[in-house]
Design a protein around this ligand. Structure first.
Ligand code: HEC
Length: 714
């Protein structure tokens, strides 16, 4: 039996009757169990699963420490919820989480009943509801099991207490993250997934630079819960936060020492699915904000990891294909979260909730209720996912989101009765949306690629940059989609400014220099049903989710590109397909014509002149976001497990290391006590990694092993 929520609990969640702290499932379950029989079961379970290492009397063996006595009681006293979390996430070591929710609870009850670990609920002040419930359920039943053993001797080891105090102090010293900090992030911190509201993946730190990067080495590394994951850690005041597989951990950013951990209790259907991919999370005020695999937004206290509130974004009855893989963006007291789903009817939305309470404030739907959908009813409009977190421009007070295409293309392609003047553009697919974060009102939009029926999304990060255009400084929103065509729009008005085609696609033959409207090639105009067509790129994209980087000092933008094409097939199903909405296009990825077998293309472009400054090509597709630093470096990772620092003037590799697994997440950099660190998660990955196997079959993957690497100068 697997560790998971019960249906009964889900019902409670959906009626929203409980407070955030009460929503933590374990105590609710434990509370309802009969104390005596549960402790008898707990003892039996302990003997079966734990006693071989911890000893039948729990006095410890050489394979596991004692789970009673002074050390144990001193360490866990008053922290029942954390002890439970520890057991669930770590024990038994060979298969953590393998017991059911109720079983772990019974074992906890048994351990505490015979160690006098926790006082009864209510006797300790300052406990959260969550802890009170756990204490209540775990308190010894004196009538049934005899008196509690005499108070154990307190563990008085000075080193232990000094170390625990230092960790507590580091967490207590965390300052609240203010709006001003998010607008002007301190260089030492990394407060948002790509470093700032502008989503430009840039750090002004330069201690690690072109001259010394050759000496970069491992400061510390840490194994994360194994999961598909594309996350960027966050760093604030010397504490690093990271998430993987619905666990969140706080670590000392300089030493890698664990400070706290949180584990989301997932219903079985969400375990080990695509839904575990998370690209980012947020920090704001005193809290961390995360999207969960069961599609809630949660707030955790950054100092303790305790649940502050829990808001259901997508109802549990909605199919699991609907995911929150782009995490939240914190803007002016609100937490914005977009949904993603390839094919489900009803479309996707961005929701804004109150950062303090989790109360919903507004929703914006990405499939427009207009006549741009080929005469199809609102119910038949699919896609419009928000795969990537938004960016924000405080000056115009607008958030920018990219919207993905539709993947069930018959809605846009099948002949239908249409009103005069209607289109099959499919708004707002493949558009940039500019929303007012206070109201959720759409202020402007620009559709980059109307009627996208090739899975060639224009959905990736919107970079907000300031550039001199005709002698005048202008603020622009830069978008480059899978087609590898860069579009620049005015950040306040959405007016089209310029484009650059990287020349790796065959669907668009021209871009109108005044409007940005794209002229389609013959192949693109008429996808022919059930015939193979030669289309460049493949849905891997000339680029994919891995972000570009922009150095505001030099005005140069760096692009992680890929050179592929595809054999594309449209396999239309009847409009009223009983199987419901589904992906009705297929493809196989292949090299570009005359390919030399190098697929990766790191390219630097001066945005003021649109001149390509350099191109660095290599075999293994790029796998990580880029990170530009003022030290003149571009950090980047590739499918062959290489993590590199490239010279931002030439693209040449100045330092590289082969990691334990593919660096397929977003690198970040920060500093603690004046020392700069670079961090990257390896071994997570998602669909982009899987598809690369088709073009580079010689690359072998390591066994799943999600790892956080942190590098520094010695
Ligand atoms: C294969 C040996 C092994 C088995 C089986 C095992 N453990 Fe452990 N356990 C350890 C080791 C080793 C540690 C210390 C290292 C660590 O903290 O991860 C530990 C630590 C612990 C701790 C923390 C002790 C402390 O003072 O911090 C708890 C609680 C615990 N185990 C409970 C359990 C439970 C409950 C089970 C059965 C479901 C179990 N263990 C099964 C080896 C084992």
């Amino acid at each position: 039996m697997k560790y998971g929520l019960r249906l009964r609990f889900l019902t409670i969640v959906s009626v929203g009757a409980l407070t955030g702290a009460q929503l933590w499932a374990l105590p609710v379950e434990l509370k309802e169990r009969d104390a005596r029989s549960s402790r008898t079961r707990g003892a039996a379970l302990f003997n079966e699963h734990c006693a071989s290492c911890h000893g039948a009397e729990r006095t410890g063996t050489q394979f596991g420490p004692a789970l009673r006595g002074g050390v144990f009681v001193t360490h866990w006293s008053g922290r029942p919820a954390e002890l439970l979390r520890f057991m669930v996430t770590n024990m038994p070591p060979a298969d953590p989480g393998s017991l059911s929710t109720a079983d772990y609870g019974d074992v906890l009850g048994y351990i505490s009943a015979t160690s006098g670990l926790f006082p009864r609920a209510g006797t300790t002040p300052n406990n959260s509801d969550e802890e009170a419930a756990a204490i209540d359920s775990a308190a010894p039943d004196t009538r049934q099991l005899g008196p509690i053993p005499a108070a154990p001797e307190v563990f008085r080891d000075a080193t232990y207490h000094r170390e625990e105090d230092a960790r507590r102090h580091l967490l207590d010293a965390l300052t609240p993250v203010t709006d001003a900090m998010l607008q002007f992030p301190p260089a030492k911190d990394w407060l948002m997934w790509r470093g700032s509201y502008q989503n430009i993946s840039y750090s002004p730190l330069d201690q690690v630079n072109r001259d010394n990067v050759g000496r970069l080495s491992v400061a510390w590394a840490w194994s994360l819960p194994t999961a598909i994951n594309e996350v960027a850690p966050l760093v604030h005041d010397g504490v690093l936060f990271v998430s993987s597989g619905d666990q969140v951990q706080a670590l000392d950013a300089a030493t890698g020492t664990l400070l706290w951990r949180y584990k989301r209790n997932l219903p079985d259907q969400f375990r080990g699915t695509m839904s575990s991919i998370k690209r980012n999370f947020a920090i704001y005020g005193d809290n961390l904000y995360l999207a969960t695999s069961d599609r809630h937004t949660i707030a955790l206290d950054a100092r303790t990891g305790r649940l502050v509130w829990d808001h259901e974004v997508v109802a549990s009855t909605v199919p699991i294909e609907v995911v929150l893989s782009a995490g939240p963006t914190a803007v002016r007291g609100k937490i914005l979260q977009g949904t993603s789903n390839p094919i489900m009817a009803g479309g996707n939305f961005i929701v804004a909730v109150d950062a303090k309470t989790g109360r919903e404030i507004w929703r914006f739907e990405s499939t427009a209720d207009d006549d741009s959908w080929n005469g199809a009813s609102v119910k038949e409009r699919y896609g419009g996912s928000f795969w990537i977190a938004g960016s924000y421009d405080p000056e115009s007070n607008l958030v920018y989101y990219g919207v993905a295409g539709t993947y069930d293309t018959r809605t846009l392609l099948s002949p239908r009765a249409r009103n005069h003047g209607s289109s099959s553009d499919g708004l707002y697919t493949d558009s940039t949306l500019a929303l007012n974060p206070d109201t959720g009102k759409l202020v402007w939009y620009h559709q980059h690629f109307p009627r996208d029926v090739w899975d060639l999304d224009e959905v990736f990060e919107r970079a907000v940059v300031s550039l001199p255009i005709n002698g005048q400084q202008r603020k622009l929103v830069i978008n480059t989609g899978k087609l590898g065509i860069l579009d620049a729009l005015d950040s306040a008005s959405g007016a089209y400014v310029f484009s650059k085609d990287f020349g790796l696609q065959n669907l668009v033959t021209a871009v109108d220099p005044h409007t940005g409207k794209r002229t389609l090639s013959t192949v693109a105009r008429v996808p022919e049903p059930n015939r193979i067509q030669d289309v460049c790129p493949s849905p891997e994209g000339v680029r994919n989710w891995m972000t570009t980087a922009f150095n505001p000092t030099s005005g140069v933008m760096y692009f992680p590109l890929e050179e592929t094409c595809m054999d594309f097939r449209w396999q239309p199903a009847p409009i009223a397909d009983p199987a419901g909405p589904h992906l009705d296009i297929g493809w196989s990825v292949k090299p570009r014509p005359n390919s030399d077998g190098n697929y990766a293309r790191l390219e630097a472009v001066d945005l003021a002149t649109l001149k390509t400054l350099w191109v660095e090509r290599s075999r293994a597709p790029l796998s990580s976001s880029l990170l530009a630093t003022q030290g003149g470096l571009i950090f980047n990772g590739s499918r062959d497990r290489m993590f590199r620092a490239s010279d931002d003037r030439t693209g040449k590799t100045l330092w590289k290391a082969r990691l334990n697994a593919v660096p397929n997440a977003s690198p970040v950099t920060y500093s603690v006590n004046g020392k700069q660190y670079v961090a990257i998660v390896a071994g997570g990955g998602g669909p982009h990694d899987s598809e690369s196997v088709e073009i580079t079959p010689e690359i072998e993957n390591a066994t799943a092993s999600t790892t956080l690497w942190v590098l520094a100068l010695p």
